[in-house]
Design a protein around this ligand. Structure first.
Ligand SMILES: NC(=O)c1ccc[n+]([C@@H]2O[C@H](COP(=O)([O-])OP(=O)(O)OC[C@H]3O[C@@H](n4cnc5c(N)ncnc54)[C@H](O)[C@@H]3O)[C@@H](O)[C@H]2O)c1
Length: 216
């Protein structure tokens, strides 16, 4: 569903939070939910939720709330989760292996189709239900499986080089675990999964008690 209007990035970034919560609520058999209740569950101000969802049309009824399944499915479509996304992982070290195993058990919508490493000693070992492959195999697999997303779990000093290879071969979204800022062309999106950054944010809020922001 292509949107011509520019949706704020903060709105898009909250949608997966709503989606995860709605999944849980649906599993508990709850059919209707208000923005107040959803707000408490996800830790976002209800007015922010209403504003976020209003970008996508009439998803609920004023004074009644939202139908859980309808809203969940609408958000899934908005996020592009109405299809399976193949993705690859580069770097089959301690973290990469854990990520691959986790995806095998819990991956939904995102299907790991290739694990790559440059270490010859790792090639052929099994992780996440597949064999680790050499980097030279990467371009063909990306093309064959039409892969657009890659996870990067290589050391910081290697990450930029790997990102460059990924972009050159058509990757459009990178989830990087390496603790550096990657430089990529404007049509490629990078998210950094660095727990140290989150710890630093926690440190700020704890040492500046009462400064917590709400929602936006
Ligand atoms: N975000 C987090 O929470 C978190 C936690 C731990 C580690 N990390 C980061 O994740 C990355 C991986 O950490 P780790 O502990 O798994 O390291 P590791 O040394 O165990 O594994 C790194 C792997 O990357 C491979 N590699 C190195 N250069 C490569 C290249 N150019 N192409 C392909 N493969 C290459 C190595 O052969 C190795 O298998 C590091 O950048 C680390 O700082 C992040």
């Amino acid at each position: 569903m292509p949107f011509r209007i520019k949706i704020p990035r903060s709105t898009i970034e909250r949608l997966p939070l709503y989606y995860r919560c709605l999944n849980l609520i649906e599993e508990h058999g709850i059919e209707e939910i208000s923005s107040q209740v959803l707000g408490v569950r996800v830790g976002v101000d209800p007015s922010v939720i209403r504003k976020d969802l209003a970008w996508f049309g009439e998803l609920g009824k004023r004074g009644v709330g939202y139908n859980v399944t309808y809203l969940k499915e609408a958000i899934a479509r908005i996020l592009g989760l109405d299809r399976e996304w193949p993705f690859i992982l580069v770097g089959a070290g301690k973290l990469g292996m854990a990520l691959a195993e986790h995806n095998r058990k819990y991956g939904r919508h995102f299907h790991l189709v290739g694990v790559f490493d440059r270490d010859p000693a790792k090639i052929g070992l099994e992780v996440g239900g597949m064999q680790i492959r050499p980097m030279e195999d990467m371009p063909l697999l990306i093309k064959e499986k039409d892969v657009k997303i890659a996870m990067v779990a290589v050391p910081a000093e290697e990450a930029q080089k790997v990102a460059h290879e990924l972009v050159k071969n058509g990757i459009k979204g990178i989830l990087s675990y390496a603790p550096i800022t990657l430089s990529v062309p404007p049509d490629v999106l990078v998210y950094n999964a660095d727990y140290n950054l989150d710890l630093q944010r926690l440190a700020y809020y704890i040492s500046n008690e009462g400064e917590q922001t709400w929602g936006e």
